[in-house]
Design a protein around this ligand. Structure first.
Ligand SMILES: NC(=O)c1ccc[n+]([C@@H]2O[C@H](COP(=O)([O-])OP(=O)(O)OC[C@H]3O[C@@H](n4cnc5c(N)ncnc54)[C@H](OP(=O)(O)O)[C@@H]3O)[C@@H](O)[C@H]2O)c1
Length: 313
């Protein structure tokens, strides 16, 4: 977030909890010192980015929005009917001047960059999605834990504990992100369902998701099986169309072993899309694709930054 803001004319104030007050932060040629959070201090700001828990956003978001545009990264307000949920290249045009705006879940935001243009062109009927989510999705301390556990790894079964995941993530994959809901899907999986429907403005769209935590540090990858109402005659035309879509980079040369990966999508503004092929079940009405996007950047900070640009227009 700070990297994106450093080239703007805004004066930036960083606030965090009491334990961080006074801590220096150096981003490029800019030096910041963390200040204590207060509603009064935020009231002097044109825009407030909330990068905190949902409980914190629920408590302070509405009060902050009395004075400033508030862009909330948590899930607290995403499903409120009167709070816009924006992915600017996809539904930025629906913004009507609201002061409190929700930034989608990172897996949703990344998928939507590709689903938006595909839906517009071919009419999305259903999506079956599996995610491969990086450790940083659980916050900065979770990345630190994964690094330590990888360095200290000896043998499977010796240390299954974790402070930030449901199990030790080192050399493991965990089919649980967030808590389980009554329908046996996790909250993370249902967030993607609800948010894709809201952003695409298709309340009844058929979507099913399996969200999996994998031991990468940054960038969420996703496998998408898509069914459309109109046939797709040419994969070359799909590659060309996605290549022109904002925030999307086609990386699809399987013969050269080029496809989307966290290793290449990390720090990129664009979501990588590749492995583009007709689905074996749905034929010309279906696509299987693989995407990878930096969820801290494209899936969170950059989307929040683009929301700010829409809100301040
Ligand atoms: N990580 C992702 O990929 C991602 C993507 C999209 C959205 N999100 C959402 O974004 C939000 C933040 O996630 P994160 O991963 O950035 O978490 P994080 O790394 O744990 O950071 C949380 C921040 O909140 C601050 N904070 C906590 N209590 C506070 C208080 N009482 N007053 C002021 N500041 C306080 C913390 O300050 P201290 O450092 O001083 O404790 C810290 O800077 C969450 O709602 C998350 O779901 C995360």
């Amino acid at each position: 977030m700070l990297e994106l803001l450093q080239d703007t004319s805004f004066e930036v104030v960083c606030m965090a909890s009491q334990q961080s007050v006074g801590r220096p932060l150096e981003i490029g040629k800019h030096q910041y010192r963390i200040e204590p959070f207060s509603v009064e201090a935020c009231a002097d700001c044109d825009v407030v980015f909330l990068c905190v828990s949902g409980e914190f956003s629920l408590e302070y978001g509405p009060a902050l929005a009395q004075a400033s545009v508030v862009i909330d990264n948590s899930s607290a307000f995403r499903y409120h009917i009167d709070v816009p949920l924006l992915v600017p290249p996809i539904n930025g045009g629906t913004y009507r001047g609201e002061k409190l705006i929700a930034n989608p879940n990172c897996s949703s935001a990344i998928a939507l960059m590709v689903l938006g243009p595909l839906h517009q062109a071919f009419g999305l009927e259903s999506a079956i999605i599996s995610t491969y989510q990086a450790a940083s999705g659980a916050g900065q301390p979770a990345m630190v834990e994964l690094r330590k556990r990888v360095q200290g790894f000896d043998e499977y079964g010796q240390d299954n504990s974790s402070e930030y995941f449901s199990h030790n993530l080192a050399f493991n994959v965990i089919p649980q992100v967030d808590r389980f809901e009554d329908n046996l899907y996790t909250r993370e999986e249902m967030k993607v369902v609800w948010e894709l429907r809201k952003v695409l403005d298709e309340p009844a769209l058929a979507i099913s998701v399996t969200a999996v935590r994998v031991p990468t540090l940054r960038s969420h990858a996703e496998s998408l099986t898509l069914k459309f109402s109109r046939p797709i005659r040419s994969l070359a035309a799909i590659r060309e169309m996605l290549g022109r879509a904002p925030g999307v980079e086609v990386v699809d040369a399987p013969g050269k072993q080029r496809y989307p990966m966290p290793m290449t999508s990390t720090y990129k503004h664009a979501v990588e899309v590749g492995r583009i092929r007709h689905n074996l079940i749905y034929g010309e009405y279906g696509l299987d694709i693989f995407i990878s996007g930096d969820q801290l950047l494209r899936g969170a900070a950059l989307n929040a930054f683009e929301i700010m640009q829409v809100a301040l227009q």
